[in-house]
Ligand binder design. Structure first.
Ligand code: GRF
Length: 193
């Protein structure tokens, strides 16, 4: 028997922009056998496109004003507690959460990164991958720690880089696999709890 039958975890998705990974997670959450309910979408950017998508899908969303990290995280922690969130998925969230936040939240935080971690942590990933003449790149879903893009890897998918690839083509191909692996990583993560 499956460990989590009938129990859907309450999830908050953190975004900063476009929200295509949010979209893929919402799609997954609507499947009959999905293991999650997306309860909240939080953004540090009130203009994030993903917020419109949350609204359209009747998911509660909050653009949390960022004055300083401490106050920002305090407001978010309050929301997470209020909605009894079981875990967070970062999806293109451009702020680095503090050690204090991770400690206080106490529950898992997942992130997706467009490289084959531990290689190419941080921003401008595709540009650096190409500059380094890598043969492969990909996407990684991992647990969040206070060190950037460094927690335990849950799932990774690799793609080949061709001579004709540029930043745009690579981004497009990798985004496609991001949308595929984030839901899969959640299923894997929950089944190992
Ligand atoms: C994705 O490439 C994700 O891996 C990275 O930021 C991008 C966000 O895209 N962390 P989107 O907002 O989900 O479309």
């Amino acid at each position: 028997m499956e460990k989590l039958t009938g129990i859907k975890k309450k999830v908050a998705i953190f975004i900063s922009g476009r929200g295509s990974n949010l979209k893929s997670l919402v799609k997954y959450s609507k499947k009959k056998n999905s293991k999650i309910n997306i309860i909240l979408v939080i953004s540090n950017n009130s203009k994030a496109k993903g917020l419109k998508y949350a609204k359209k899908n009747k998911i509660k969303y909050y653009a949390v004003y960022y004055k300083n990290l401490y106050n920002f995280e305090k407001k978010i922690l309050k929301l997470l507690k209020k909605f009894k969130i079981d875990f967070i998925c970062l999806a293109g969230f451009m702020k680095i959460l503090s050690k204090n936040f991770i400690k206080k939240f106490k529950k898992p935080i997942l992130n997706i990164h467009p490289s084959l971690l531990p290689k190419f942590k941080g921003l401008e990933t595709h540009k650096r991958v190409l500059k380094n003449n890598e043969k492969y790149s990909g996407a990684t879903v991992h647990l969040v720690t206070s060190k950037l893009d460094s927690g335990k890897i849950i799932l990774q998918k690799k793609i080949k880089i061709f001579k004709f690839d540029n930043e745009k083509t690579l981004e497009k191909k990798i985004l496609k696999i991001e949308h595929e692996i984030y839901p899969k990583a959640i299923i894997k993560f929950l089944s190992n709890l």
